[in-house]
Design a protein around this ligand. Structure first.
Ligand SMILES: NC(=O)c1ccc[n+]([C@@H]2O[C@H](COP(=O)([O-])OP(=O)(O)OC[C@H]3O[C@@H](n4cnc5c(N)ncnc54)[C@H](O)[C@@H]3O)[C@@H](O)[C@H]2O)c1
Length: 392
């Protein structure tokens, strides 16, 4: 087990010696109201699902948050992927948030950003996030995911070497290796057949000699480089390999954001396609708030180059068939869906994140939002977005 990197300016609430709780989740407010130094947080992909949750969270605590996002999700996925609505929302709910429409591939611009500001925490969420999209745009995918990440790591090393750097990686770095786990087929889902696999996939799963998709490969390249900056340069770098990250601020599209898109189609009356595995493929879903809480825990007690699986775990796992059923019940609408008897290339059949390693390093962290809450929040957010679109 790797040792903790020394020192972090982020402190758990109890260590700050103040009872004035500005943030309800256990960390001190850093603003001058407590006499603590305000932190400067950089969030890349700040208009996206996880980035926007991080912006709101760290801003709420009194920190200065700089967001970088060039709305490239619209380039990847068209108008439905546009994140400007979320940027506007952030501007209206935050106090000290500033936004820069920079491209993380633009090394001189990133260098300039880091040369002019010193950051305490970098939360790197900007990405081409889709498994399937990557095959249409291999070069762009690699440039954003791999080159963009090394641009940020190197700028951090040069200008903010003491900062904590968190990289949002993915369970696709394991490629289809998790499909080698023996499975049992149940009526509506696949399930791990052996008791020893019940807790899910651990960080010890191999990442090479498996079919990743080009997205999985570009993220694996970034994941390894991020580990190296942690281990080789002893920087405080944490790598979180996400399961299905979800929440109300996702600009869900067919190629990315499964639950969000499923609710959207159910509400708007479009047609949904289920690809392969009889619709019994299983995903574990984690609310963006719980992801950001994990980032916060790591920032308070960082380690160098440590890798964690981060998903909803067994309790928040659901199959496609189960999700459709649950969303139909919740919305009171029938989903028009078709089955395509061909699985997405390299897709996982049953993936549940084993959260044991993260929980053993950070016992204060736990999943706080179950599937019902997650789906209800997405439902409300999608209804509001549809109403806004109709009003325009
Ligand atoms: N959502 C998931 O299910 C999931 C699962 C595993 C891992 N992840 C990872 O978590 C991270 C965040 O995912 P998300 O769901 O919030 O994605 P998202 O698409 O909602 O947000 C990413 C944001 O990055 C921005 N962006 C893309 N390329 C950029 C560039 N070159 N320069 C600046 N900004 C750029 C986009 O406009 C978008 O707003 C990503 O690294 C993703 O790979 C997500």
């Amino acid at each position: 087990m790797r040792k903790r990197a020394s020192g972090s300016r982020f402190q758990p609430f109890e260590e700050c010696g103040s009872r004035e709780i500005h943030c309800v989740y256990g960390f001190a407010a850093y603003g001058e109201r407590n006499g603590f130094e305000r932190m400067k947080v950089l969030v890349t992909g700040s208009s996206g699902l996880i980035g926007s949750e991080a912006v709101e969270h760290f801003d709420r605590q009194g920190n200065e948050v700089v967001g970088v996002d060039n709305n490239m999700r619209r380039v990847f996925f068209g108008p439905a992927g546009d994140t400007l609505w979320n940027l506007e929302r952030l501007k209206s709910v935050t106090k000290r948030f500033t936004h820069a429409a920079l491209d993380i591939r633009d090394r001189p611009a990133i260098e300039e950003l880091f040369r002019t500001q010193r950051f305490d925490l970098i939360v790197h969420c900007a990405a081409q996030p889709s498994h399937d999209k990557a095959r249409e745009i291999p070069l762009l995918d690699f440039e954003v995911n791999a080159l963009g990440t090394v641009n940020l790591l190197e700028a951090t090393r040069q200008h903010s070497p003491e900062a904590v750097f968190v990289f949002l990686s993915t369970n696709k770095v394991y490629g289809d290796a998790p499909n080698e786990i023996p499975l049992a087929e149940l009526e509506k889902r696949y399930e791990y057949a052996r008791a020893e696999d019940f807790a899910g996939v651990a960080e010890t799963c191999r990442i090479d000699q498996t079919l990743h998709s080009l997205f999985g490969a570009s993220k694996a390249a970034a994941d390894l480089v991020a580990q190296e900056y942690g281990r080789y340069f002893n920087m405080k770098v944490g790598i979180f390999r996400g399961g299905c990250l979800t929440g109300p601020s996702h600009s869900g599209v067919e190629l990315h954001g499964f639950l969000s898109y499923l609710v959207k189609v159910t509400l708007s009356g479009g047609r949904y396609s289920v690809f392969g595995y009889k619709g019994k493929q299983v995903r574990d879903n984690i609310h963006s708030h719980d992801v950001v809480r994990a980032i916060e825990e790591f920032a308070a007690n960082p380690r160098s180059g440590e890798v964690y699986n981060l998903g909803g775990g067994r309790a928040n796992s659901i199959s496609m068939l189960e999700a459709i059923e649950r969303i139909e019940q919740m919305t009171g609408r029938k989903l028009d869906w078709r089955y395509v008897d061909e699985a997405r290339k390299g897709d996982h059949i049953c993936y549940i994140s084993n959260l044991g390693k993260f929980q053993s390093h950070f016992p204060n962290w736990k999943i706080t939002r179950g599937l019902d809450t997650i789906l209800e929040e997405i439902n409300l957010s999608q209804r509001a977005q549809l109403a806004q679109a109709t009003a325009r």
